[in-house]
Design a binder for this molecule. Structure first.
Ligand code: NAI
Length: 355
C-alpha cells in the first residue's frame, strides 16, 4: 500500500495527547501514513512568538490532507482564532459535521429518541459573522460592531456543496438554516440563493428553517433532518448541539473541506482544564481520523478502527470519565473511569484481535 504524507497539527490543550493516542491507534492498525508534524497555537507562540507562523503555513500548504487537534482561542481579546484563520487560508469553506448515533446502545439509554440520529451539518467557514470584520465605535468603547458578511459567491458554493454532498451520499433532503425574518438582507440573500440552487436538484427535497426553531426541532425530532446548511456562527452553535444528541463532544468528529485542501479535526475545543491530565476522551479525535481515512480512500482501515472503538465502548469496561458518567446516569453500571491511555490500549487490544 502506498504511503500517504499527511500534515499533523497536534494543537494545544488536550490536542497533543489526543492526537498522540490516535497516531498510536493508526500505527497499530498499520495505516500507511507518514506524518509531517507542524506545531501551531501555544507551542508555536512559545517558540516563534506567533500562533500561526508564516513558515508553518507554507509547510501545511504543501500537502492536501491535514489532521488537526484543537487549538485554543483567547476569549474577548488577543489573537484571532487560528482555527478560523486556517480555514480561510486553506479555503476549506465547508465544515462538514456528521452527527450519527454510534452503534452503542447504552449511550442512548437515558434519551432513547437519540439512538437513530443521522444528520449532517454543513457550515460555511470563510464568512458570515466570523468574517473578522469588527471594531469598537466611538470613545471609550461605547459600542462595538461585528459584521455578518454574506456574499452571493460564498453562499452559492456552500449551498451547492451541500446539495452535491446530499447527491453523493444518497441523502434525501437539504434544510437551509437562517434568521431571515430579522436579518432581512443577509438572511434574505442566503435564502434567495438557496432556492435558486435547489432548482438544479429536483430529486432532493429543499426546505428552510429559522435558526431558533431549528434548535428546538433538533432536540425534539432530530430524525426528521438530513443535510443542513448554514452560516458560520449558526453552524458553530448547532453542531455542538448535534454533538450533544449523539453522545457529547467526546465522540463528535468533523472535517473542513475545500477544493484544494481537506483538514480533519474534532468538533470539540482544547478543554484547557483537562490538558495534560490524560483523561479527555480521544474518541472524537479518532473518529475524525476515520473520516479522514475514508476521504483518502482507506475505507478498510477506517472500518477496522471503528469496529475496535465500538467494541470497546459496547464492552463498557474501560471508559474515560465522560462515558463512565453517561453509563452511570443511565443507571446501567457504576464503573471507575480509566485514563485515555488505558482506554486506547483497550481499543488496540480489540483491534489486534480483529486483524
Ligand atoms: P471545549 O470543547 O474545549 O470544552 C467544553 C467542555 O466539553 C469541556 O470542559 C469538557 O467538559 C467537554 N469536552 C470537550 N472535549 C472533550 C473530550 N475530548 N473529552 C471529554 N470531554 C470533553 O470548548 P470550550 O471550553 O468552549 O473551548 C476551549 C478552547 O477551545 C477555547 O479556546 C476555544 O476557542 C477552543 N476551541 C477550539 C476549537 C478547534 O480547535 N476547532 C473548537 C472549539 C473550541
Amino acid at each position: 500500500m502506498a504511503t500517504h504524507k499527511v500534515v499533523l497539527i497536534p494543537g494545544d490543550g488536550i490536542g497533543p495527547e489526543l492526537t498522540q493516542l490516535t497516531v498510536k491507534l493508526f500505527e497499530a492498525a498499520e495505516v500507511p501514513i507518514e506524518w509531517v508534524v507542524v506545531e501551531l497555537g501555544e507551542p508555536a507562540i512559545k517558540k516563534y512568538g506567533d500562533p500561526l507562523p508564516e513558515e508553518a503555513l507554507e509547510t501545511i500548504k504543501k500537502y492536501p490532507v491535514i489532521f488537526k487537534g484543537p487549538l485554543t482561542t483567547p476569549v474577548g481579546g488577543g489573537y484571532r482564532s487560528v482555527n478560523v484563520r486556517l480555514r480561510v487560508e486553506l479555503d476549506t469553506y465547508a465544515v462538514v459535521r456528521p452527527a450519527k448515533s454510534l452503534p452503542v446502545s447504552w449511550l442512548y439509554a437515558d434519551v432513547p429518541r437519540y439512538k437513530n440520529v443521522d444528520l449532517v451539518i454543513v457550515r460555511e467557514a470563510t464568512e458570515g459573522l466570523y468574517s473578522g470584520i469588527e471594531h469598537f465605535v466611538g470613545k471609550d468603547k461605547c459600542a462595538a460592531e461585528s459584521t455578518m458578511l454574506i456574499t452571493r459567491k460564498g453562499s452559492e458554493r456552500i449551498i451547492r456543496f451541500a446539495f452535491e454532498y446530499a447527491k453523493k451520499f444518497n441523502r434525501k433532503k437539504v434544510t437551509a438554516v437562517h434568521k431571515a425574518n430579522i436579518l432581512k438582507t443577509t438572511g434574505g440573500l442566503w435564502l434567495e440563493v438557496f432556492y435558486e440552487i435547489a432548482k438544479n436538484y429536483p430529486e432532493i427535497q429543499a426546505e428552510d428553517r429559522i435558526v431558533d426553531n431549528m434548535a428546538m426541532q433538533m432536540v425534539l425530532k432530530p430524525q426528521e433532518y438530513d443535510v443542513m446548511v448554514m452560516e458560520n456562527l449558526m453552524g458553530d452553535v448547532l453542531s455542538d448541539l448535534a454533538s450533544g444528541l449523539i453522545g457529547g463532544l467526546g465522540v463528535a468528529p468533523s472535517s473542513n473541506i475545500g477544493d484544494k485542501y481537506a483538514m480533519f479535526e474534532p468538533v470539540h475545543g482544547s478543554a484547557p482544564k483537562y490538558a495534560g491530565k490524560w483523561m479527555a476522551n480521544p474518541t472524537a479525535q479518532m473518529l475524525t481520523g476515520t473520516l479522514m481515512l475514508r476521504y483518502m480512500g482507506l475505507e478498510e482501515k477506517a472500518d477496522l478502527i471503528e469496529k475496535a472503538i465500538f467494541k470497546t465502548l459496547n464492552d463498557a469496561k474501560k471508559l474515560t470519565y465522560d462515558m463512565a458518567r453517561t453509563l452511570r446516569n443511565a443507571g446501567i453500571a457504576d464503573i471507575e473511569p480509566v485514563s485515555n491511555k488505558e482506554y486506547t490500549e483497550e481499543i488496540i487490544r480489540n483491534l489486534k484481535a480483529m486483524m
